[in-house]
Design a protein around this ligand. Structure first.
Ligand SMILES: [Zn+2]
Length: 383
């Protein structure tokens, strides 16, 4: 589990420090099924009124109570598979794909399928043809996106001992195939800056790297620099102008919105999701972040990185979903105070049309097909 969790690094920290305290409503109403229907907090009501789409989530458990909450929140999500050979559940596409498809069916298409492919055998004959065959089957089966993962640039080496980056020519035919099928690439490449920096207890990721030294670049000075990893990412975006690329986790440019803006200006086929990096918005000057989100209101996707592993407990999953969405909605939609790691931050109070784009429209635009079937059952937006 530990490596798959790396993808969720800030979320896990958040679960301990930022989103941990269950709200009164989540305690009172967790697990009470339909009785909770009229009892969601005002924040959650505001959230579901915008027909939210969480553009980065990992639900691997078909849990009737969670599915009911998703329905009640009028939530849609991109449900993402991740292959990482250091993780028992994430070693291969199965059983993840089967689990994700089960959740899609049970949620009547609300949890859309984001597939992936194994990059590890990239030097074997027929690699890209095999990967393309598998992806095309997944597209036929409704996959709307394909994920690539930070093992490119931070784990994989060629037989000759060279680091393998995301723009390796071996992957290029795959990217072209994704573009040709009008699907989207979700690129989790690199990690937060703190992965390369000396331990700093004030960092949102401090506890994670303390416990996962094997993923802590600072402890492995031979690893590629973050700049090299992002340069490879930028190159892949530049040479595939017809491929939509969504950079997961603010495209690993979490500490300065100016860095994101620079890429968005340069690459019209690039957008970012904010999964597990919302705290980094809080840590930057409020006016600057607010101006960034207003200027780039078509290019940033609301996302959480919430995780529900097959063995997860229903009650804690429900509480996490509720507290995360309540907190995030409060931060983006109001000027109220939210607390994070002992500090308080004022919410961004973004205009309603901007919220609608961040929480709904941008996911529809960047992930064609994410509404899938069943959208006729969705509630009208509460403008
Ligand atoms: Zn993730």
């Amino acid at each position: 589990m530990k490596t798959l969790r790396a993808c969720f690094v800030t979320f896990l920290v958040a679960a301990g420090t930022y989103a941990a305290a269950p709200t009164l409503s989540s305690v009172l109403f967790a697990g009470q099924g339909s009785k909770a229907e009229n009892a969601e907090s005002a924040a959650l009501k505001g959230f579901f009124g915008i027909q939210p789409i969480d553009a980065h989530i990992h639900i691997f458990k078909d849990d009737p109570e969670l599915n009911a909450l998703i329905e009640r929140l009028d939530l849609r999500a991109l449900n993402i598979c991740v292959i990482d050979d250091r993780d028992p559940y994430g070693k291969g596409l199965e059983p993840q794909r089967t689990d994700v498809l089960k959740v899609r069916q049970s949620t009547r298409g609300r949890a859309a399928f984001c597939t992936t492919f194994s990059p590890y055998d990239f030097e074997e004959p027929g690699f890209s043809a095999r990967a393309i065959r598998q992806l095309n089957q997944d597209f036929t089966n409704g996959a709307v996106a394909v994920k690539i993962y930070k093992v490119m640039g931070m784990e994989m080496k060629s037989k000759a001992g060279k680091w393998v980056m995301a723009d390796d020519p071996a992957f290029e035919p795959i990217y072209q195939d994704i573009a040709a099928h009008n699907r989207t690439l979700v690129a989790h490449l690199g990690e937060p800056d703190s992965c390369w920096q000396a331990p700093n207890p004030a960092s949102p990721d401090y506890d994670y790297y303390k416990e996962h030294l094997e993923e802590y670049a600072y402890a492995h000075p031979d690893w590629p620099s973050k700049a090299a990893i992002l340069a490879a990412r930028d190159h892949l975006v530049a040479v595939n102008p017809k491929l939509r690329v969504v950079g997961a986790h603010l495209g690993s440019m979490e500490t300065n919105v100016d860095d994101i803006a620079q890429r968005l200006d340069r690459y019209p086929n690039f957008a970012v999701d904010m999964a597990a990096r919302i705290p980094y918005f809080m840590l930057q000057p409020r006016d600057k972040v607010r101006a960034f989100l207003i200027k780039y209101q078509d290019r940033v996707l609301y996302a959480t990185d919430l995780v529900v592993m097959p063995q997860a407990k229903t009650e804690s999953a429900l509480a996490e979903f509720r507290s995360t969405y309540e907190r995030d909605w409060k931060f983006f939609s109001t000027s109220e105070i939210v607390e994070y790691m002992g500090h308080t931050y004022q919410g961004l109070a973004l205009p309603r049309p901007v919220l609608k784009k961040l929480f709904h429209d941008n996911a529809v635009h960047w992930f064609p097909g994410i509404l899938g079937r069943g959208q006729e059952n969705a509630r009208p937006a509460n403008h």
